[in-house]
Ligand binder design. Structure first.
Ligand SMILES: Cc1ncc(COP(=O)(O)O)c(C=O)c1O
Length: 383
């Protein structure tokens, strides 16, 4: 049997990982500034995370949601404390798409409406409803097409106001990433998020903060929406939540009340997933990783801004993007092949940095040196 060939992959087999480093099957070491797509939050194979999972595995790995799983409440309590959303309610699932799927569905159950507002360049996942609010026609199969989604320009307050003035009573929810990831590290303006909050309040719509990529401390605040000083009605979370163990969830504001059987999942919230997620929160707290993300992120941004070839350096904390000119289109590839550094990208010309929140300043310095070296080498080739 062959694999279903849907991923354009690098020809590298990673067999070992630790902190911000990974090693391939030939023993070559790489600095990981991509974090397996923003997933590695506390560092690869963090000893506390490994220990928590190992200990849990020896006790019980899985049982369904038909019994009490005290670890779920432990996780909810810790998440409430660290995110400052202690009065919210936690529903656990398995992936970012599933989290958004449940968020959108719950919003519709809540207000009985069908329309969803989403934004240009958004990415919310591949499942049916999540993909229908994703701004990429290539991902939307005919069966996912729905007339219920309104796409508006990102950060355009006037367009949002006009849309609510016209359709306000039909709009169930507004879904927005605090910083667009796949779309190329586009930061939602604080004033725009405030406007979403006030229009949702005025018209009875639900504000869904997709925090799958930009959440869980990556920006230096627990949710990037916190920068705007607003509270969303539902936050979706995934990637960094398990540091590579598949676990995701939504947290739901207290005014949205649950009803039995309204949402559900077989695997979501299992014992092993909760142990992994608790380990992540414990390390985020004990190692003060949100502060580290701010400090190392600031250093990286300042240094990148001083490199004249790189344009429009942007982002928050350790979610950073910059534009690469056509002459340097091979920069990402060369960083990997020549400097052994993984970075992320966003089409057509953005390099994305999504490292572990435990990235050391020393590693950031090595990266800056490496990128300058590669740019210089490419300039020589050009000449
Ligand atoms: C903002 C955002 N939402 C949702 C998703 C989907 O998450 P998953 O791939 O875990 O389904 C992603 C994945 O990249 C994402 O970046």
């Amino acid at each position: 049997m062959n694999l279903f060939d849907v991923y354009p992959i690098n020809n590298i087999a990673i067999v070992k990982a630790r902190g911000s480093y990974v090693w391939d099957d030939k023993g070559e070491q790489y600095l990981d500034l991509y974090g397996g797509h923003a997933v590695i939050s506390i560092g690869h194979t963090h000893p506390h995370w490994v220990q928590r999972i190992e200990e849990q595995l020896k006790k019980i790995a899985f049982y369904s949601n038909s019994i009490k799983i005290p670890l779920q409440q432990e996780l909810a309590t810790k998440l409430g404390q660290l995110s400052g959303k202690e009065d919210y309610q936690l529903f656990l699932c398995n992936s970012g798409a599933e989290a958004n799927e449940n968020a959108l569905k719950l919003a519709s159950f809540y207000n009985g409406r069908k329309k969803v507002v989403s934004f240009t360049k958004s990415f919310h996942g591949r499942t049916s409803l999540a993909v229908s609010v994703t701004d990429n026609k290539n991902y939307i199969a005919p069966v996912n097409e729905t007339g219920n989604v309104i796409f508006l320009p990102f950060n355009d307050g006037q367009a949002l106001e006009d849309c609510f003035a016209k359709n306000g009573k039909e709009i169930s929810s507004v879904i927005i990433e605090g910083i667009q990831g796949v779309g190329g590290i586009n930061v939602a303006e604080d004033s725009f998020l405030k406007k979403i909050r006030s229009l949702c309040d005025e018209y009875g719509a639900v504000y869904i903060a997709d925090s799958v990529q930009c959440g869980y401390g990556r920006t230096g605040k627990f949710f990037s929406h916190d920068f705007a000083g607003v509270k969303a009605d539902i936050y979706s979370m995934a990637k960094g939540m398990g540091n590579g163990f598949p676990v995701a969830g939504i947290i739901i504001a207290p005014h949205i009340k649950p009803r039995q059987f309204q949402l559900g999942t077989t695997f979501g919230g299992n014992h092993l997933a909760c142990a992994a997620a608790l380990a992540v929160l414990e390390v985020l707290e004990s190692e003060k990783l949100l502060g580290n993300a701010v400090m190392v992120g600031k250093y990286l941004k300042e240094e990148l801004k001083s490199i004249p070839e790189l344009k429009n350096v942007r982002g928050r904390g350790l979610m950073i993007g910059f534009d690469v000119p056509e002459a340097l289109k091979d920069l990402k590839k060369n960083l990997l092949l020549n400097q052994k550094i993984f970075t992320g990208e966003a089409k057509p010309n953005v390099i994305r940095l999504l490292p572990s929140l435990a990235l050391k300043k020393r590693d950031a310095e090595d990266f800056i040196e490496a990128i300058k070296e590669e740019i210089a080498a490419m300039a020589v080739q050009e000449a």
